[in-house]
Ligand binder design. Structure first.
Ligand code: SAM
Length: 199
């Protein structure tokens, strides 16, 4: 466990975005509660959340995708150093371009979206067919540091455009007939999406 705390600290020290503890604990709790055995994660960074998941959920395997060269290399090394190659598969690819035929463990119990925030809907639409019907989707950063509630006062134009895109995803999924969406004000705002016809 110490190792993962060091990894967390090292990522934070280098401004590598990793999931906040509270959000990650919520995800882990949900995986345990639902007895999940497989996760597809979009956005590995250096492998911290994937390692935390397999470290805390018995029999879980994680398949994770990272497009950045340096982060992918570090994730691969960390997974190896922690002897979790059997339980974590890491792909070096852009999830929006990746050939889904290369996915190894589909269908998954959980899709965890934690990559480019402006693309949430695209990730969702591309990967939802690979989630089991009774599975769930977990999305992080939906409050964007609280800015989502006060978009007009965001001064930076790029940030405002990004937050608008996050809000668009929130509204789109909320108004979608197929899915139930549950928001929780945990970490940076998370949501859990499940199919309505599998309650
Ligand atoms: C917030 S970080 C992931 C943090 C990680 N889940 C954790 O908590 O340890 C987001 C990562 O997604 C990656 N990313 C962004 N867009 C991507 C894409 N289209 N395909 C794959 N990875 C992407 C970024 O390079 C970045 O490393």
């Amino acid at each position: 466990m110490k190792y993962l705390e060091e990894l967390e600290q090292s990522a934070l020290d280098r401004d590598i975005p990793i999931m906040q503890r509270a959000g990650l604990e919520e995800l882990i709790g949900e995986l345990i509660k639902r007895q999940s055995s497989s996760v597809l994660e979009i956005g590995s960074a250096v492998g911290y959340s994937a390692l935390m998941m397999v470290n805390n959920v018995d029999h879980l395997t994680v398949e994770t995708i990272e497009r950045d060269d340096e982060r992918y290399r570090e994730a691969y090394q960390n997974i190896h150093d922690y002897h979790q190659e059997e339980r974590i598969i890491v792909h070096h690819d852009d999830a929006l371009l990746m050939d889904t035929a290369t996915l190894k463990a589909a269908p998954y119990d959980c899709l965890f979206i934690d990559a480019a925030k402006a693309q949430y809907q695209k990730f969702f639409e591309k990967y939802i067919p690979y989630v089991k019907k009774d599975g769930f989707v977990f999305v992080d950063n939906l409050d964007f540091h609280g800015m989502i509630y006060d978009i007009d006062h965001i001064r930076n134009r790029n940030t405002r455009a990004l937050v608008r895109k996050i809000k668009r995803f929130r509204d789109w999924i909320k108004n979608n007939d197929l899915y139930n969406v549950e928001y929780r004000e945990i970490g940076d705002g998370i949501c859990i999406i499940t199919r309505k016809d599998f309650e």
